[in-house]
Design a protein around this ligand. Structure first.
Ligand SMILES: [Zn+2]
Length: 378
């Protein structure tokens, strides 16, 4: 299998590069040599040594400040069950439709306040850099990276990026379903009208590079992605998509998702620029199908450039009647174990090596998150 050969050469480098995350793997041959009767369980090894990250996970937040006090979301238990070290915890402010100037920013600030409250109640911190991720993983404490899907909150005011950074924002999805009031660039589900990124969109990329915010290019048209790649000094990601050759068995879903899927050619462009592409759980009706979609992506861009970006919800608010979106630990019918336990097991069954699962499960994201956020002045 091509994925095995590709990863073998860089295996040792990678294990050292992730600074200890693979130490049990490095040690395991020695342990095996000392006790020839006992072999470490590969799944246990993977779960212990992956800083598992879902690079795109939604938490519903109220846009009305008064609703924050009553908000109850059991994020801690859901994260512990998942087997992931953490999630890029995201929300979008462009639904329902934005109608007035200032509304996007007000929703953004209220959303952050709500997330502050959820994190405090769950005793979970925001990771501001890779060291935070490593420390949390070592201590066995779940952690989140603050993300937002769409730069609507900026409303053309670049200074707000600094305010967001100081509130802990470390992943910025440039675009979402609806164009911000001051346009950022072409959205893949709309007819192109800006020839890629707008001048303001380019400013947002450069300012994010400067501050230490990782850019998520999902929802951008190919031209907008390429514009961003051309000017960015840091690697970026397309956190939640799939190959446009992998349409699954649900025709209705496939039709809806087609414009949101990436071509092999475009995925290679992102990977060649040092970026990563996340495979979502949509269009996969079982863990095995999900792993097939991951494998297809690996075959195109290599094992160092694929990550997990489910676009599901790790936890929903108590009493929530939101029917939109699946829960991460319940992504497939009959799923009983947490998300990453299920996926890692399926990946092993499909022939992935332990070190490959560690990379795709979180190592690749950690590499670019570290590059994007380290050595900044703030
Ligand atoms: Zn999205």
């Amino acid at each position: 299998m091509s994925i095995k050969n590709k990863s073998f050469n860089s295996r040792r480098d990678f294990l050292w590069n992730i600074t200890g995350a693979g130490s049990a793997l490095v040690l395991s041959p020695l342990i095996n040599a000392c006790s020839s009767t006992k072999k470490l369980d590969p799944l246990a090894n993977i779960l212990a040594n992956t800083i598992g990250m879902d690079t795109h996970n939604h938490i519903d937040v109220p846009f009305n400040e008064a609703e924050i006090a009553g908000l109850k979301i059991n994020l801690y238990d859901a994260l512990k069950k998942s087997g992931l070290a953490g999630i890029c915890m995201t929300f979008a402010v462009d639904r329902p439709e934005l109608k007035s100037e200032g509304e996007a920013y007000q929703r953004f600030l209220t959303g952050l306040n709500a997330m502050d409250a959820v994190l405090k109640a769950n005793n979970i911190k925001r990771a501001l850099n890779y060291s935070d991720l490593k420390a949390a993983h070592k201590a066995g404490k779940p952690i989140v990276i603050q993300s937002v899907e769409g730069g609507h909150f900026l409303e053309g005011k670049i200074d707000r990026l600094n305010i967001a950074y100081n509130r802990g924002l470390r992943v910025l999805g440039l675009l979402h379903d609806n164009q911000p009031s001051v346009p950022i660039g072409d959205i893949y589900t709309d007819a192109p009208q800006y020839n890629g990124l707008t001048e303001f969109g380019k400013t947002v990329v450069k300012e994010s590079n400067k501050l230490g915010i990782l850019i998520d290019l999902t929802h951008c048209s190919n031209k907008a992605i390429n514009d961003a790649l051309e000017i960015s000094s840091q690697p970026m990601m397309v956190s939640h998509t799939g190959l446009d050759t992998r349409l699954g068995n649900d025709e209705k879903m496939a039709t809806m998702m087609k414009p949101r899927l990436i071509s092999k050619e475009q995925a290679k462009i992102v990977a060649n620029a040092g970026g990563i592409v996340g495979v979502w759980t949509h269009l996969a009706s079982s863990p095995a199908e999900y792993v097939d979609n991951i494998k297809a992506m690996v075959d195109v861009i290599g094992v160092d450039h694929v990550c997990i970006g489910t676009d599901t919800k790790m936890a929903v608010a108590e009493g929530s009647n939101s029917k939109f979106g699946k829960q991460t630990n319940n992504a497939w019918d009959g799923q009983t174990e947490g998300f990453f336990h299920t996926v890692a097991k399926s990946m092993l069954a499909a022939g992935f090596h332990e070190d490959e699962i560690i990379k795709i499960g979180g190592g690749n994201f950690c590499r670019i998150f570290d590059e994007a956020t380290k050595n900044k002045n703030n």
